[in-house]
Design a protein around this ligand. Structure first.
Ligand SMILES: CC(C)(COP(=O)(O)OP(=O)(O)OC[C@H]1O[C@@H](n2cnc3c(N)ncnc32)[C@H](O)[C@@H]1OP(=O)(O)O)[C@@H](O)C(=O)NCCC(=O)NCCS
Length: 169
């Protein structure tokens, strides 16, 4: 199986915030943003694996900036690291200024997808070869995030989380 770069899975979704998608303050409803992130991330995971993928976990989401009604929102997803059957996908969310066209980072999220066959059984995925400094940084930290996610899900014991233990040594 040939390794791929994060750029090969890059998926960009651009859309507006409409009235039915906002909270009482007139900002984008969090669940709506999560759905857009999930859609972009699952396409990126599919482009990397070329298989059916399912969302296994949402490891992290930071809603650091509100996204007002009428905003043009760009959701960009790329596979940051692949393991045996799972991939981590990093999602960056940008809002575009109407007058200047400049994009400001609004939010980010990190999702894990598992590639499965037609019966839902996990199957092996290609490796990731990071190219840019940011891609290398995200690749390096991905194993730590995977162990944290598995620990919180009760799927590994604290003694098995070697990368997390190393943080405190
Ligand atoms: C995701 C799913 C396929 C994993 O099945 P499983 O029996 O736990 O399979 P495994 O234990 O073999 O794990 C498969 C991979 O998922 C990873 N994984 C499982 N749970 C995880 C979690 N909470 N966080 C991070 N990775 C996880 C495992 O580490 C393993 O990765 P690796 O092979 O790359 O090392 C299964 O739980 C599933 O189908 N869930 C429903 C998915 C779904 O419907 N999503 C949409 C939400 S409605």
């Amino acid at each position: 199986m040939e390794a791929k770069t994060p750029e090969q899975s890059k998926t960009t979704l651009t859309d507006m915030v409409l009235p039915g998608e906002t909270n009482p303050l007139g900002n984008l409803f969090g669940g709506e943003l999560l759905a857009r992130m999930d859609r972009a991330a699952s396409i990126a995971a599919r482009r990397h694996t070329r298989h059916i993928v399912v969302t296994a976990s949402v490891n992290h989401v930071a809603f650091s900036r509100a996204v007002p009604l009428g905003s043009v929102v760009t959701v960009e997803a790329k596979v940051s690291r692949a393991f045996k059957t799972s991939v981590e996908v990093f999602i960056d969310v940008w809002i575009e200024d109407r007058e200047s066209g400049n994009k400001t980072k609004a939010n980010e999220g990190i999702y894990t997808f598992v590639a499965v066959d037609e019966t839902g059984r996990p199957i092996a995925v290609p490796a990731v070869v990071p190219e840019t400094d940011l891609e290398k940084e995200r690749f390096e930290a991905a194993l730590r995030r995977k162990q944290l996610s598995l620990l919180l899900a009760g799927k590994i014991k604290p003694s098995e989380a070697s990368e997390l233990k190393a943080l405190f040594e």
